[in-house]
Design a binder for this molecule. Structure first.
Ligand SMILES: [Mn+2]
Length: 438
């Protein structure tokens, strides 16, 4: 009987600033590998994002290597693709180092010249191939550009890309690929990237996202995800839960509370003994008076830890004070204020005011619900860079504005001067909506 394990999104090294969570994340991976050894699987597939970044801390590397070596010593083969987190286009990533050390084998070689996929044959005779994930979903183009040939015999396709039909609505993704773009003829599709345990079928073959072994963000922890991975025995997939700690999630609606009342309510949490290792408290709403800073969150956290929690995370992103509300009323004059400040500081000498305003619009977009910090960062970076690339065009616009002030008969001048006409054409292409501004 052939059996293999399918893991993804381990994100080793995540939670760099919270040592407890960082440790639980590592332990979850170690546990998963121990289970693979106990269950005597033939091989393990890691469908990307084994590490949280391409160059993790050496203590994280050490833990990962020890675990992988244990499996390798039992004769278990390990196959992997890059995820969007552990790939670096400019430099070798740790994934490359581990491949050089023969701890595992990458089943994809980037943009192969033949434009088709090569298969790696495991000792069981199963053929494995796949495509890596890339930042900003550049991997989606592979599915359009590559020629997929149907494999002979039993084969597995590994990928780290969101599939449109499987993507939960609360997860933000710039781009997805349709299920129809995923190559045909495989007996198992081993996915990664979407941090949920999801299962679908393609022509009768399972297509699976195993979800996270622990999670990489507070957003992941706040959801009651089925943490774990899959073991597939005789092509029958079974989810294997991995629970290294218990998580208590508390939602507090602070609407209309005074800061002192909210602090009291939060402290109530520490009145009884806490058995869960991790306590996540989410506070949302608008305070009746004062601001969130009036609450001694440090004290609240300490008290909950004293009651038995190993680590406490207070999410107060959606808690607003009265002052915030007062600022909101002023928002009507926002652009006027920005205008004034830019004039005062001589902004037009550095970049054009239009550019500065559009950039501000990009930077002030708030994080979407369900969007992870990483996705949010990526989105903002991407949009900001798109704008920066167009900086020249803004400067052209500026020049043209000056000309139009000189001549009242600008439209007529256009006919006489082809150069100006081109500039005008360019100007018409731009509006705030082109840059996603509003
Ligand atoms: Mn991931």
């Amino acid at each position: 009987m052939v059996s293999f394990a399918h893991l993804a999104d381990c994100h080793l090294g995540a939670f760099g600033r919270n040592h407890k969570l960082r440790e639980y994340n590592l332990r979850s991976f170690e546990r998963a590998i121990e289970i693979c050894i106990d269950r005597d699987v033939d091989f393990i597939i890691i469908a990307g994002d084994l590490f949280h970044n391409p160059h993790p801390d050496l203590d994280v590397v050490d833990r990962a290597v020890k675990s992988l070596v244990k499996a390798r010593k039992k004769g278990i083969r390990i196959y992997s693709v890059y995820g969007s987190h552990d790939f670096n286009i400019a430099k070798a990533s740790l994934v490359d180092v581990l491949e050089s050390a023969e701890l595992f084998k990458k089943v994809v070689h980037y943009l192969d010249e033949s434009q088709s996929l090569e298969h790696v044959e495991d000792d069981t005779g199963i053929k494995i191939t796949g495509l890596s994930g890339r930042k900003s979903r550049k991997d989606t183009s592979y599915y359009k550009e590559l020629n997929f040939n149907e494999p002979d015999g039993d084969a597995i396709f590994v990928f780290h890309t969101p599939i449109a039909e499987m993507k939960p609505v609360d997860i933000h993704e710039k781009e997805t690929v349709p299920l129809s773009s995923i190559p045909d003829g495989y007996k198992y599709y081993a996915g990664g990237h979407i941090h949920r345990n999801l299962r679908e079928e393609k022509d009768g073959s399972p297509i699976i996202y195993p979800g996270v072994t622990f999670g990489s963000s507070y957003t992941d922890l706040e959801k009651d995800l089925d943490r774990g991975f899959y073991i597939v025995e005789d092509w029958e997939p079974g989810h294997v839960p991995v629970d290294v700690c218990e998580i208590r999630r508390v939602d507090i609606d602070a609407d209309g509370f005074l800061p002192s009342e909210l602090e009291e309510k939060l402290l109530e949490l520490s009145n009884s003994e806490i058995h869960e290792e991790v306590v996540l408290v989410k506070v949302s709403g608008i305070l009746r008076e004062g601001v969130p800073e009036d609450i001694d969150f440090m004290r609240v956290r300490r008290k909950i830890e004293e009651a038995g929690a190993e680590t406490v995370f207070l999410n107060r992103r959606n808690l607003e004070g009265k002052t915030v509300e007062r600022l909101k009323i002023k928002e009507r004059d926002e652009s006027e204020i920005e205008d004034k400040i830019m004039d005062e500081y001589g902004f037009n000498d550095i970049v054009t005011k239009e550019f500065a305003k559009d950039l501000l619009n990009v930077l002030k977009v708030e994080k979407g619900g369900g969007e992870t910090n990483t996705d949010y960062d990526e989105r903002i970076w991407h949009e900001a860079w798109n704008l920066i690339y167009k900086l020249d065009e803004y400067e052209d616009m500026e020049e043209e504005d000056d000309e139009s002030q000189v001549s009242d008969n600008f439209v007529e001048d256009v006919d006489k001067n082809k150069g100006t006409e081109e500039k005008k054409g360019q100007k018409e292409q731009f509006s705030l909506t082109d840059f996603g501004g509003n």
